[in-house]
Design a protein around this ligand. Sequence first.
Ligand SMILES: C[S@@+](CC[C@H](N)C(=O)[O-])C[C@H]1O[C@@H](n2cnc3c(N)ncnc32)[C@H](O)[C@@H]1O
Length: 213
Amino acid sequence: MDCTVQMTDPSHSEFWNTRYAAGQNPWNCAGVPADLQAYLKRKARKPGSAHARVLIPGCGLGFEIKAFAEAGFEVTGLDFSEVAVQQARQTLGPALAGRVLVGDFFEHKFEPASFDLIYERAFICSLPPNLRVAYRDRVAALLKHGGDLTGYFYYNPPDLEAGPPYGFAWGESDELFGRHFILLKDQPVNDSLPVFAGRERWQEQRRTAYPGG
Ligand SMILES: C[S@@+](CC[C@H](N)C(=O)[O-])C[C@H]1O[C@@H](n2cnc3c(N)ncnc32)[C@H](O)[C@@H]1O
């Protein structure tokens, strides 16, 4: 693929590298959003308890990584943009820099069913919609049965010409995730960035425990 196409195609890392390098990242909340803070308070691991493993796919600058680590999770951030990962490692500092990996979510070698939790923010909406089924199946494969897909989901029927974010139409996500997940919680988000305002939901989806499901 030639360079110009890569820079206009969000399924290619060059699209994101260019934006991080230029500091053009209107999705970056540069902190820990309120619903996640509340969730971590509820789920914080007690000292001495077994570490739950959490994956943050498409973690970008990875501001949530420190919060998950402080709440006692064994956290891994993954992003295929080398520029984002480099910036994330700098922000996190030496103690947590190793928690962020460069890699493609769809191809990175993780053991199946090796995560208790996958945290979603602004990742699925950054993917061209034709990758949504692959996202759902990958998330379902990486989670333990009974594990959770939790975080932020964007609802706004996509303008494919305009590029990301690509939102869901109402009902579309139920159809997508219903194959492997049960929606436990769904609430509006009150501290969205302008790019997502009024169209973002906090959701907690549980991976079904049915064998073969
Ligand atoms: C809109 S940004 C969101 C970043 C971060 N989650 C946040 O909330 O700030 C989307 C991120 O997904 C990453 N990404 C897109 N496709 C990816 C893939 N297949 N594998 C890994 N990362 C990917 C991009 O590099 C970018 O950092």
